[in-house]
Write a protein that binds this ligand. Structure first.
Ligand SMILES: Cc1cc2nc3c(=O)[nH]c(=O)nc-3n(C[C@H](O)[C@H](O)[C@H](O)COP(=O)(O)O)c2cc1C
Length: 255
């Protein structure tokens, strides 16, 4: 399990990511923690060289992150909320996997976990975590939300002073019991490992060959003819009639 904290300072986000990694360790996983604090990571400059060579050609603080991502079955990313969105460092990291994630599909089937810390209630934790979920999805990763202690995209924390994160509590919706937000992150980290274990076993069980392929190479040489038989307001002959019968509305049946 790789945990990346994407705050430019060693504060609350660092703590929340580490809490998730402790949970992952409790579930038997090996963990690696990377903080981007003090690192310089440029945003993508759109040169598209990565689409030829399979990796980004900019050399900076991203260098150690690529192999760590490649090694991981789970990538849990924590971001501070900056104006309702992930930090610029976080966004830079997200952009810089273009060749790696999209062309090489190196992140495919990895489990994605999201953590976010803002100063305010409703300060943008959800929108920041949603941005991470989109990044996971576009990389064909498997984004995982949370149902305990409450339901959400991941674990969102609140911290005005960095140390606030150590004392913040969250009430479990089912029992009303209050636990620390770091404990919620711990539960989430353990849960991400369960998902990764299932996915890893599933991949092994199918025995599917999953080669990395160049961008767009998964298109079939030709699509089956029946696609061209689709017609407006009729049911394709290959589809089960009972299932695909057009619905008659109550209004229409009265007429
Ligand atoms: C540039 C900037 C923008 C911020 N934007 C928001 C915001 O939109 N909503 C919010 O609640 N907090 C906002 N904050 C507060 C941070 O999210 C909060 O301090 C968080 O704990 C930072 O995490 P860290 O301790 O890991 O750096 C902002 C802070 C900075 C520096």
């Amino acid at each position: 399990v790789l945990g990346v904290a994407t705050s430019p300072r060693r504060g609350a986000t660092d703590v929340l990511v580490q809490a998730a990694l402790l949970g992952a360790r409790s579930a038997g996983a090996d963990t690696k923690f990377i903080t981007l604090a003090g690192q310089t990571i440029a945003g993508c400059d759109g040169c598209d060289r990565c689409l030829d060579v399979g990796h980004c050609v900019i050399t900076d603080g991203m260098a150690p992150i690529y192999p760590a991502m490649l090694d991981a079955d789970v990538i849990v990313v924590g971001t501070p909320v900056y104006f309702g969105a992930p930090s610029a460092l976080c966004k830079a990291m997200m952009e810089r996997v273009e060749g790696f994630g999209i062309d090489e599909k190196a992140l495919r089937f990895k489990i994605g976990g999201a953590l976010a810390v803002a100063a305010s209630d409703h300060g943008g934790q959800e929108s920041a975590m949603a941005a991470l979920h989109l990044w996971f999805q576009i990389n064909e990763m498997i984004p995982i939300g949370i149902t305990t202690p409450g339901a959400g995209w991941g674990v969102g924390g609140r911290s005005v002073e960095a140390e606030d994160i150590l004392n913040e509590t969250v009430k479990a919706t089912a029992t009303g019991r209050s636990i620390l937000v770091t404990e919620a992150a711990w539960l989430y980290g353990a849960k991400l490992v369960t998902h990764a274990t299932i996915v890893r076993a599933g991949i092994a069980a199918t025995g599917l060959d999953l080669p990395n392929r160049p961008y767009g190479a998964d298109l079939p040489a030709a699509f089956p003819d029946d696609i061209s038989q689709l017609r407006l307001e009729s049911t394709h002959p290959a589809l089960t009639p009972g299932w695909s019968t057009p619905v008659t509305t109550a209004h229409e049946s009265q007429e």
